[in-house]
Design a protein around this ligand. Structure first.
Ligand code: PHB
Length: 394
């Protein structure tokens, strides 16, 4: 009898909200299998680390439940199905994650229909954020890196060749680089697109070598594909032929550098994040990462997109004291500023819900026996997605 009374008391207390046990459910979709399936954990680890280190800042009684799902690589049908289940069956409050553009595009209409804020932590094709008013992006766009890369390259080289994976972010990287390189007075010998899955790299690299450009600009979706590019570039002797390899930072993704070897030395890239950056917020982030996951582990750009994405979600939760309203959450996202991102200061553009961030010119060097992306200079500060800026003028 006593126990029944006690339980009843707890139930009343709970319903009255005196003990507000509130769980925020995040449906987290990324790739744990398929093309570059090793990248998913770089995102999940960042999200879990952020929660662990910042949980105490949540309003009293508020908990976060992360529901993780594998979209199996670039697979829009699968991603859509997972998002649907997370919304309808698991009743998530938000959707987050997503490496690949086609997957983000297929989830966007569901976010709109169900009014679920969708925090994109990687996928980087410029147009994605226009596909739903419930999207905010904490990663990057390919225009943000590849347009300044073209500006820089035009000052160094006369003849460029571009090679990109044939899907959204590759098309953006190609267009942005080509436009800036031509504006700077350079000539683009060829714009070649390669299949996203298993291209015959040796054949493509031979064609590049035969064309004798000064520089080869490459975009591929990071991960193991980046190492395949580097290996074939070296095996076909493009480095020895004096062709300079450049691109957005996806081609020298931090965690693959040890697998690439010396061919990566001197490769120049434009990007928003390097694990080797020496700003204090990054040093603290990398130290926390190593403490949690092991001394030989490094975070990468997918990790920082996810870390900052969680910082945004925490801001939504804190400002609303744990009771999330989707439209209010999006208002909080618009104009959110985060001075302490490991990549330097960032904010969300209130007009586009896309990220504003610095772009760094980097070069792969050996430091203390390890290959790292050394930031040589802050090439551009507070960069808005150049594609959207151009659309405004049209
Ligand atoms: C994308 O699909 O948008 C994507 C994937 C991998 C990257 C960059 C962009 O490295």
């Amino acid at each position: 009898m006593k126990i029944v009374k006690l339980l009843l008391g707890v139930a009343i207390a709970l319903s009255a909200g005196s003990i507000s046990a509130q769980t925020i459910k995040i449906g987290f979709i990324t790739s744990y299998s398929g093309l570059n399936g090793n990248l998913g954990p770089y995102m999940e680890r960042a999200v879990r680390l952020y929660i662990k280190m910042h949980e105490k800042e949540l309003p009293p009684g508020v908990k976060i439940e992360l529901i993780t799902r594998d979209d199996t690589g670039p697979n829009p049908d699968k991603a859509k199905q997972l998002a649907q289940e997370l919304i309808v069956r698991d009743k998530v409050d938000l959707i987050a994650g997503v490496i690949f553009t086609p997957n983000a595009m297929s989830i966007a209409p569901l976010a709109t229909e169900a009014k679920k804020p969708f925090v994109i932590m990687n996928a980087g094709t410029a147009v994605i954020t226009t596909r739903s008013p419930y999207i905010a992006r904490t990663s990057f766009t390919l225009w943000q890196s590849s347009y300044p890369m073209g500006q820089w390259a035009a000052k160094k080289f006369k003849r460029a060749y571009t090679l990109v994976s044939d899907f959204g972010p590759g098309h953006d990287a190609e267009t942005a680089f080509t436009q800036a390189f031509k504006e700077g007075g350079g000539t683009v010998l060829a714009n070649v697109r390669v299949p996203l899955q298993n291209p015959d790299w040796a054949a493509y690299m031979q064609r590049v070598k035969d064309a004798k450009p000064d520089t080869l600009f490459v975009f591929i979706p990071a991960g193991k594909t980046a190492t395949a590019v580097m290996k074939n570039f070296s095996d076909l002797g493009l480095d020895k032929a004096g062709i300079k390899l450049i691109g957005p930072g996806d081609i020298t993704t931090d965690e693959e550098l040890p697998n690439m070897g010396d061919v990566a030395l001197g490769v120049t890239t434009m990007f928003h994040y390097s694990a080797a950056a020496d700003r204090p917020a990054n040093k603290a982030f990398v130290a926390a990462w190593k403490k949690e996951y092991g001394a030989n582990e490094v975070p990468n750009f997918l990790s920082v997109g996810s870390w900052d994405g969680m910082a945004l979600i925490f801001e939504m939760i804190k400002q609303q004291k744990g009771k999330l309203d989707p439209d209010r959450s999006m208002e909080i996202a618009k104009g959110w500023k985060f001075a302490n991102s490991p990549r330097g200061p960032i904010s969300i553009d209130p007009e586009t819900r896309d990220i504003i961030q610095n772009e760094y010119l980097r070069e792969v060097r050996r430091v203390g026996g390890q290959l790292v992306n050394v930031e040589l200079e802050t090439f551009a500060t507070a960069v808005k997605d150049p594609w959207k800026e151009q659309q405004k003028k049209k």
